[in-house]
Design a protein around this ligand. Sequence first.
Ligand code: ADP
Ligand code: MG
Ligand code: MG
Ligand code: MG
Ligand code: MG
Length: 435
Amino acid sequence: MTLDLAAFAKDKGIKYFMISYTDLFGGQRAKLVPAEAIADMQKDGAGFAGFATWLDLTPAHPDLFAVPDASTVIQLPWKKDVAWVAADCVMDDQPVEQAPRVVLKRLVAEAAKEGLRVKTGVEPEFFLISADGSVISDQFDTAEKPCYDQQAVMRRYDVIAEICDYMLELGWKPYQNDHEDANGQFEMNWEYDDALQTADKHSFFKFMVKSVAEKHGLRATFMPKPFKGLTGNGCHAHISVWDIDGKVNAFADKEMPFGLSAQGKTFLGGIMKHASALAAITNPTVNSYKRINAPRTTSGATWSPNTVTWTGNNRTHMVRVPGPGRFELRLPDGAVNPYLLQAIIIAAGLDGIRSQADPGRHYDIDMYAEGHLVKDAPRLPLNLLDALRAYDADEGLRAAIGAEFSAAYLKLKHQEWNAYCSHFTQWERDSTLDI
Ligand code: ADP
Ligand code: MG
Ligand code: MG
Ligand code: MG
Ligand code: MG
């Protein structure tokens, strides 16, 4: 039965709902709707001018309605008057095919048609920085190897524990928090869930982390490579596929190498086959390519891949199989759109299952030290344009995630690349002025 949001408001003392949708660039867009008006909005949705956000629409398009999915509603733990609810985009009574949450729901349904249920966990790393965004917020956080720094994580206890307390309250089952490999960087982990639920939680997590950081006079950034020479913000995804009841892990097979079943291997085969193209989604910004393909950082390793390879429990490859029944895709970064991340994983994986894709040989080497020895695996795209071209050239992947979505995404992302190219940089002047 659908939850009645008006009744929920009465019960919880909620004054406003944020009806929120995510655009193609991952931006979260919301209207604040008083509880008195939520009953109609729950039925009809809140109206938006879609062109004013990152969707491929014109100012002449009719209203875009964001229709709340009441099952996602969350009373903001840090502002109990307000509740957030994820919404699906509708126009002229039809789902907007390019809208990321619509795209993901369609792929979840396609997996279900094959009797499969994709469950994932994400690790969205972030930095706590000064409010103006220029430096990390803790001037004493300067260690060369700052990962798991006990003293530094405790200097940010107020922020980290507040966020973790909220996750406990929401029943997300968080299980660890740490200082990550860059100065000023943190990671918080909670339990994996069905792909759509993970995407909703991932979106809300970003909103929550930014809000709590602001409350403490700081700023949180998920930017892929905010500081030159420091490890960037990854957003690894752990992936397993289950039967439709979610009881039997179809990826687990103790008899197989790394405990990954034959079906799991073909799903992985799909990810490997489409890796260069799907980077356009998992690494969606100009800045993303300063995280992958990066030179060694001050901590000694980038922890991000540059080549399409997979392996067992070894963090120097694009895909790691850490234990039986799941694998970790280490390619995505903090700029990834939470819905498109899940959608592209399912699209590539299902294509892999359907085409019985072979993930190829696994390399059990230290890629940072010996990567140059690998001759038969593609290098990941070197920049956003490379990735967009790979995506454009990958007809199978474009169709698997949706033709209408793909066309809209490519159009807007090419515009972004062109905007970047028309930007004049200091580097250009320094290297060209006296030529
Ligand atoms: P690491 O840093 O070692 O890569 P983390 O503990 O930070 O790992 O994150 C692991 C993520 O994988 C968590 O979100 C966890 O819930 C998730 N996970 C664990 N088992 C599975 C599984 N079978 N399927 C999908 N995700 C899983
Ligand atoms: Mg107006
Ligand atoms: Mg982790
Ligand atoms: Mg990490
Ligand atoms: Mg990881």
